[in-house]
Design a protein around this ligand. Structure first.
Ligand code: AIR
Ligand code: ASP
Length: 253
């Protein structure tokens, strides 16, 4: 039964009309997809975990002065966010070679990079989100040169924040993807972090063992995805510490 107007449905989330103008409700589904939705599954509890984890990261970013779309969590699966105009890019930051970069360049996964590398994919499922150079982005008008300078600066600040937070709980931030949204404040346009930050959008490896605690567990059939995300949440204090034998997420307030 529809409770309110659905604005958009993606692979892992649904956006509904928010209670006030300029807001939306973001609902986290249990669906997991990989390889441009060629591989699909429903993973019980994933939406609840990602709602909590995205809240944790986004509210932390807000608190240190890096603006995000996050306003507040509403319930287990929903959060109130600012409505933005999404820049049609996936902004990827890499600290260690992995995934598509390791494959493209024949690098061993885990090789440290000389500095964090920021790259961009054009958000288009039909094309499989192709990697694009900044020159395409500017020439095709997806973002201006000034926007791109701001986006790179934002992405690197997010990288510093997330790397530190994750390292503090024994997890290496290998790489991640963010999306950027435009909001208008009077005549001024601002770029803020949008979409989600969760183990669906990061590569997270245990510092001591190298164990993968992110969506690669699903992509590469390495075990139980909800267990991996629960471990990340537990370490960050988003879930109680003594839920070792409980497989479903237990919420604390
Ligand atoms: N990512 C990219 N598109 C969707 C997602 N979730 C994330 C991956 C990984 C990083 O971007 O989860 O953390 C780089 O992905 P890849 O496949 O280019 O190596
Ligand atoms: N989320 C994308 C998909 O559904 C890409 C990925 O994470 O592998 O295919």
């Amino acid at each position: 039964m529809a409770r309110r107007k659905k604005i958009y449905e993606g692979k892992a989330k649904i956006l509904y009309e928010g209670p006030e103008p300029g807001t939306l409700v973001q609902y986290f589904k249990d669906d997991a997809t990989a390889f441009n939705a060629e591989k699909k599954a429903t993973i019980e509890g994933k939406g609840v975990l990602n709602n909590r984890l995205s809240e944790f990261f986004m509210s932390g970013l807000n608190a240190v002065g890096i603006p995000t779309h996050f306003i507040k969590r509403i319930n287990m699966r929903e959060q109130l966010i600012r409505s933005v105009e999404i820049v049609p890019l996936e902004v990827i930051v890499r600290n260690f070679a992995a995934g598509s970069m390791a494959k493209r360049l024949g690098m061993e996964e885990g090789t440290p990079l000389p500095r964090p590398i920021v790259e961009f994919s054009y958000k288009d499922d039909a094309l499989g989100d192709p990697l694009v150079p900044e020159e395409y982005i500017i020439a095709f008008g997806w973002a201006s040169q000034q926007d791109m300078d701001d986006i790179v600066a934002l992405a690197l600040r997010v990288n510093d924040y997330l790397s530190g937070v994750m390292y503090g709980v024994g997890i290496k931030l290998v790489d991640f993807k963010i999306e950027i949204g435009r909001v208008w404040e009077g005549d001024f346009m601002r770029l803020i972090i949008a979409d989600e930050i969760s183990p669906d959008s990061c590569r997270l490896w245990d510092v001591a063992t190298g164990q993968k605690l992110d969506k690669d567990v699903f992509r590469r059939d390495l075990g139980n995805l909800a267990d991996a995300y629960t471990e990340v949440a537990r370490r960050l204090g988003v879930l109680p510490k003594n839920n070792g034998s409980v497989t479903k997420p237990t919420l604390i307030n």
